[in-house]
Design a protein around this ligand. Sequence first.
Ligand code: NAD
Length: 472
Amino acid sequence: VAADTRFRILIGGQLQDTDTHLDVLNPATEKVYATCPNAGIQELDSAVAAAASAFVTWSNEPLETRREAVRGMAAVIAQNKAELVDILVHEQGKSIENASQEVDFTSYFAMTTAGLDLTPTTLVDNDAMRVEEHYMPMGVVGAIAPWNYPLLLGFWKVFAAITAGNTVVLKPSPYTPLATLKAAEYLAELVPAGVLNVLSGGDELGAAMTAHDGIAKISFTGSSPTGKKILASAASSIKRTTLELGGNDAAIVLPDTDPKEVAERIFWSAFKNSGQICMAIKRLYVHEDIYDEMCDALTDIARTVVVGDGTQSTTVLGPVQNKMQFDKVCSLIDDVKKTSARFLIGGEVSESPGYFVPVSLVADAKDGERIVEEEAFGPVLPIIKFSDVDDVIKRANSSEFGLGGSVWTKDEKQGAALALRLECGTAWVNQHSVVLPDIPFGGLKNSGLGLEGAAEGLRGFCNKRIVNVAKS
Ligand code: NAD
């Protein structure tokens, strides 16, 4: 494949090409949109060496200097919004509105992360001793990102790592590397050479990062199976890891809810980005008293949603991002047809080009069926009936995942009490999928390890150093 000079990797402040290249498809057309460098071990070694060398000075810069650099990144991303949106729409498939939101969020996450607290904590201060906990940079951070929100999820790690005084090697998903490479090109000038390095490459590059002795910490967002491989690989060097993994979030709608009032919020919490959100609603439990009404209200909304090529201004939801995920979603849809569940809308995937799946609502789905137990990560939502609250909490919790969950009710107090019984990292009441840079976020069970966001997430990019001073 001929080199596409628009997209290059960033190593030690230099934009570079590689001998081989990867095709990046537009999921709406299945045609090659662009090619990008295919970095291997040699490029990884160079990037880690550049990052290690830059760490010596960067880690000693005053915190305020590092904060300023990351605030500068917020501005540069905002300035280049139009170009980044266009690339995102073509490589990821999402709508223009969704891509605009992703770029805005990326800028906002930079600004907020740059300002998070990193003040040392006084643990003990008595007649005998003064003990302080300090947050020290770790070294070279390896950041590995998925394809659903490539820019936001990749650079969230970068902003935190750099603010904390680390240097970074970022690897975007091979499905969606382009907006990340382009952003890196613009952001490079804000930090000394080697502080930010970005390599596009295949899955094997990610595996090489997790095994690399020069990398102190891996911050990963992606699927649970890959997360497990990373944890195993990190064991050999006791590498620090933060893992943000898959989910199968349950939302529980109590009988005091007015379906018409909450339907819009519930619908978009499930279908935004064509369902390709780790903490989207993926199992909707609705009380039997309002079940039919809820199904009707959701179907009414689904009828109005335009699924299409993200480049079209009328498109609200784009295609599924890649063939692997498309096949998975299609196989779940086929499986539904073997059960007693029924499609309220959708359920038929056309043969025409593009990984398009219509908005699909599955009524009368039951626990134990694949559509309920597995993470679809696509625009298909099972709606499950329940009659007893204690029982439904148990069913919501009987999942290998524990990322998010929500309770919907007019009684906020009862909602919050029930939310506390959900075994997940974030339990919402009357909303879902709300993730902000100043709120800690992470999963339980197979959904992850460690947190991103807020001071706690920032400290995840630091080694804690306890300084214990005896008082004479
Ligand atoms: P994935 O695990 O296939 O890939 C993610 C990244 O890991 C890619 O950059 C990939 O190249 C790299 N990778 C693949 N094999 C690797 C290995 N052995 N070692 C190191 N790196 C490797 O995930 P995906 O399909 O890109 O993303 C979808 C999944 O991500 C879904 O399950 C979704 O729920 C999850 N996700 C989680 C969060 C969260 O914050 N918890 C956010 C978004 C997506």
